[in-house]
Design a binder for this molecule. Structure first.
Ligand SMILES: [Zn+2]
Length: 294
């Protein structure tokens, strides 16, 4: 290949594998299999995935997945009244939707465009989360050292991430596409810092509640049971009930009624809740929402 061809290859126009449109060097991304995706089609994908890891077919499937996600947002969230935590800043934030076991990353620049699909993430896909803050030491005019706020927010790792070393939480599900840590930036300058601190605290608090982090604390009343105690007790009762039911069904030999089966399912769910620290409840809600709006 001559030098001319070499430059043509880099700077020349390419055809987008999805819409067939021409895309220049600054407006395209190479995907697996020596093909390209243009900026417009790229916007139909999650901003948290690395396109070069996927083939054309895989990305086409991913775009369908994003459309379904957008449908859940429009039909479950916009139409319903999920609990929302709007961002304190114009940058990024997290919206929590407990009633369908999902959350979403608010992004000021993406959300303003109607054509971009909204991406819903499931609570049971979260492997870990932590606040982050970037500061630097700078010298002031009179020679003093000063700590300067850079940016801050939350980092979220999803189950199935390539660098995930921590134990996979019981009941968690691998995300089908995202393999890298997600950085959600709440504040990027000093003016936003105070709002950021408050906002990050709220968001971490909410995640803690979802994942039952404080469930071992019985709360203020000494005699009351902690959430974990209650769940464990419910599981113990459920196991006993289910065993009794199973023995009865086996003895009678005429199978279980629909009503009985529903009761057994409920009991099995209680066991699931205890084993997963309450997360299974959110998994069931997310499953139901996905089934309903797909
Ligand atoms: Zn395209």
């Amino acid at each position: 290949m001559g030098l001319c061809n070499f430059f043509k290859n880099i700077f020349g126009k390419k055809t987008c594998a999805f819409c067939g449109g021409e895309c220049g060097m600054l407006n395209r991304t190479k995907i697996k299999g020596d093909e390209y995706i243009c900026g417009k089609c790229d916007d139909m994908c999650s901003p948290y995935i690395q396109k070069y890891r996927f083939t054309k077919d895989e990305l086409s499937e991913h775009m369908e997945y994003m459309k379904r996600s957008d449908r859940i947002y429009k039909e479950a969230v916009l139409a319903g009244n999920s609990e929302r935590y709007p961002s304190a800043t114009a940058r990024q934030g997290i919206e929590f939707f407990d009633d369908i076991g999902m959350f979403r990353i608010i992004d000021g620049s993406r959300d303003s465009k109607e054509s971009y699909p909204k991406e819903m993430l499931r609570y049971d896909q979260v492997a870990s989360y932590e606040p982050y803050i970037e500061e630097s030491e700078e010298e002031t005019e009179d020679g003093k050292k000063e700590i300067v706020f850079g940016e801050g927010g939350i980092k979220i790792t999803l189950a199935g991430c390539e660098d995930e070393t921590a134990d996979v939480r019981r009941g968690s599900r691998a995300h089908p596409y995202i393999t890298q840590e997600i950085t959600v930036c709440f504040a990027a300058n000093d003016r936003e810092k105070e709002a950021y601190l408050k906002y990050a605290e709220n968001a971490i608090d909410h995640f803690d509640r979802i994942f039952g982090v404080n469930d071992n604390n019985p709360g203020l009343l000494r005699r009351s049971m902690s959430k974990k105690d209650k769940r464990d007790l419910a599981a113990a009762i459920a196991i006993t009930n289910t065993v009794i039911d199973a023995v009865k069904i086996a003895k009678d030999g005429d199978g279980a009624s629909e009503e009985k089966m529903a009761e057994i399912q409920k009991n099995m769910n209680a066991v699931d809740d205890a084993l997963t620290g309450g997360l299974a409840e959110y998994s069931r809600r997310a499953d139901a929402a996905e089934a309903k709006f797909n």
